[in-house]
Design a protein. Sequence first.
Length: 251
Amino acid sequence: MKARILLFVSFFIFSLALFSQTLFAQVMQSTTYKIMSDSINAGGEDVSSSTNYLLGDTLGEVGTGDSNSTNYYLHAGFWQMQESYIAITSPSDLGLTSIGGITGEGTEGTVSWQVITDNFAGYTISIETTTTPALTSAQDSFANYTPSGADPDYTFSIASSASEFGFSPEGTDTNSRFKDNGSACNTGSGEVSAKCWDGLSTSAQTIAGKTSSNHPSGSAVNVRFRAESGSAHIQTSGNYSSTVIVTAVVL
């Protein structure tokens, strides 16, 4: 008997400015300075202040307002470009290989998102599923993976009589909960591939983030998924699927 595992992946993006495709304006910079925004005007004061107020003003500003096409979105005007921005790629659905429904086997695969933000405070990414359990067919399901303790399990491990489905985030921006010291998770700064496993939930869990801008190169956020049926467990043959929601937000 074969239990085919198919993971369908969807995503949402929440931010102050939202685009599917974006053209970034090149900032002016050298080895000693970087200008994030500039202004062409006839006068004004960048910052005026007293004990009661703080004012930024300009005089005779030209070319102000919003403009866009299918390839760019521009906020023109005094300090307009200070609005935070985030973008995320759309990955293809992940199809996992078939596994034995009687003999006990496992299968895993990885989905990758590229996240770019110009927000100085950075971003976070969370993951959730639409159903519990997350991986189901018309006749059966895999239980959500349950770590042995409060932290993720360093190694994916289930009872021989069970079948479970879990995930492991990977990448330089991975949340500290999924970092490791080579033998345990939520400790150290290591990021060993295919380690630190947790179970999906209908409640969002933070899996990655950064406390600074990553524009223009962005950050790769990878999530490894694994489904396994134990050697003493009979998994009903069928097509299994899960819808996963990944949400990226600026801080």
